[in-house]
Design a protein around this ligand. Structure first.
Ligand SMILES: [Zn+2]
Length: 433
């Protein structure tokens, strides 16, 4: 197990190059696609995503990194400090955003990893650091799942849990595949030598909850995440004139979807009130005020730490969906129904995050993350991973008002830098922490 002695001492009192660079580097990336009041528009493989990728590459090349990207467009800023054949440590997050999203989600983790690399590079140049592992700063493709479903495509492909071809074939609502979209921004084919599976991956992220905000000076050490069950459900009815068509002859798919959404909430709230649940996207065809809806598709999700409850609740709501179909004369189609298991993060790394946070003068809080993150996808695929959280003001997430105070960003950077310093200088992997 980790003890405080295994954590390298901090440069107490001295502002590191990374800490000095953080405010401007963060603003430069977070402002790409951002308009005040409207939030960030930086969907995967859009023009703004391309601009953010180029800005990251220019910044990291200026810091001495070698850029590479893989077939799914994951970007790696590689610092080959320990030479070929040495193990790797990765740190990062994602630069894609939800529509009208916040400036901090994802960007903070990528920029903080870049800033940590600046500090470690300076220590190495001064002869104060002798890395035994190489370091890469990573920007994972399509974490958010806003333009292309599923979410976490880039990290899942890298980890080997989703075939590259399947990831590239995912289509947005206009029928454009991820592969085609990546070509339009210059990331359609791999370039450079991408790092192999690392000995450890570390991600700094905003909490998207209120727990850390309630305890000043705290930092989150994520022990595990909730399981999630996501369903894409359609009702197929029949298009008809909204005026003359007799009521008894209508097969209204939107009415079916409406009954199903209300029934979903009632059924889950009655028997499993502890589940987080939503129906957050609706597509209607042909979507004309004068045509009875032919087809309606709804995206449902359920989240809880206990997978068994998701199985039971999900099976009950499938019954509700059937009832909505039979009450409206429509036909039910369940295009996908996938359960993502709860994850336990690497226990050695969790202990290390705690010890590192204490060494930085912070209070580590062990917590579960409700949301999925790239660190979870990697951990689930067997890559030891750590997820470190900093406070989100008001817990606001996926909204233009998302905010994390500069002091919290710096606290997160200090912990990330110290963690990476230890991980790249260790003789053994994190299991021996
Ligand atoms: Zn995120």
């Amino acid at each position: 197990m980790t003890d405080a002695r295994s954590v390298p001492p901090l440069d107490a009192g001295a502002e590191t190059p990374g800490a000095a660079a953080l405010p401007a580097a963060f603003a430069r990336l977070a402002d790409i696609g951002h308009s005040p009041g409207d939030g960030v528009m930086r969907l995967t493989a859009s023009a703004t995503d391309g601009a953010a990728r180029r800005a990251l590459a220019a910044w990291m090349e200026g810091a001495g990194a070698r850029m590479a990207h893989d077939g799914i467009g994951n970007q790696f800023a590689c610092f080959d400090w320990a030479g070929a054949g040495a193990p790797w440590v990765l740190a990062g997050s994602h630069l894609d955003a939800q529509p009208n999203g916040g400036r901090f989600d994802g960007v903070l983790g990528v920029v903080a990893a870049g800033c940590a690399a600046l500090t470690l590079a300076a220590e190495r140049a001064a002869g104060r650091l002798a890395p035994r592992a190489n370091l890469a700063v990573v920007n994972w493709t399509n974490e958010e799942g806003a333009r292309f479903q599923p979410s976490l495509i880039g990290s899942t492909v890298f980890a080997g849990a989703l075939p590259l071809a399947a990831g590239l074939a995912c289509r947005d609502r206009n029928g454009v595949s991820l592969g085609e979209a990546l070509r339009t921004i210059g990331y359609g084919s791999p370039a450079g030598v991408v790092p192999p599976h690392p000995r450890a991956y570390v991600e700094l992220h905003v909490e998207q909850g209120r727990r850390l905000e309630a305890t000043a000076g705290s930092i989150g050490a994520v022990e595990g995440t909730w399981a999630a069950r996501k369903m894409q459900v359609s009702w197929e009815g029949r298009a008809a004139h909204t005026g003359p068509t007799p009521m008894a002859e209508r097969r209204d798919a939107l009415l079916a979807a409406a009954r199903a959404i209300a029934g979903f909430e009632d059924a889950v709230a009655r028997s499993w009130p502890e589940l987080h649940r939503s129906a957050a996207r609706l597509e209607v065809e042909p979507n004309s005020p004068n045509v009875v809806v032919r087809r309606a598709t709804v995206w449902f999700e359920l989240r809880h730490p206990d997978r068994a409850r998701l199985i039971a609740a999900g099976d009950a709501v499938r019954e509700v969906f059937e009832q909505a179909a039979s009450a409206t004369g429509t036909r039910l189609e369940i295009a996908s129904d996938a359960t993502r298991a709860a994850a336990s993060m690497d226990a050695g790394l969790v202990a290390r995050v705690e010890a590192t946070a204490r060494a930085c003068g912070l209070l580590p809080l062990r917590m579960a993350s409700v949301a999925g993150h790239d660190a979870v996808a990697l951990q689930n695929a067997g890559i030891p991973s750590a997820l470190v959280l900093v406070a989100s003001t008001g817990g606001i997430a996926h909204h233009p008002d998302e905010f994390t105070a500069p002091a919290d960003m710096q606290a997160g950077l200090a912990v990330l830098t110290a963690l990476l310093r230890g991980l790249i200088t260790d003789a053994a992997g994190p299991g021996r922490a």
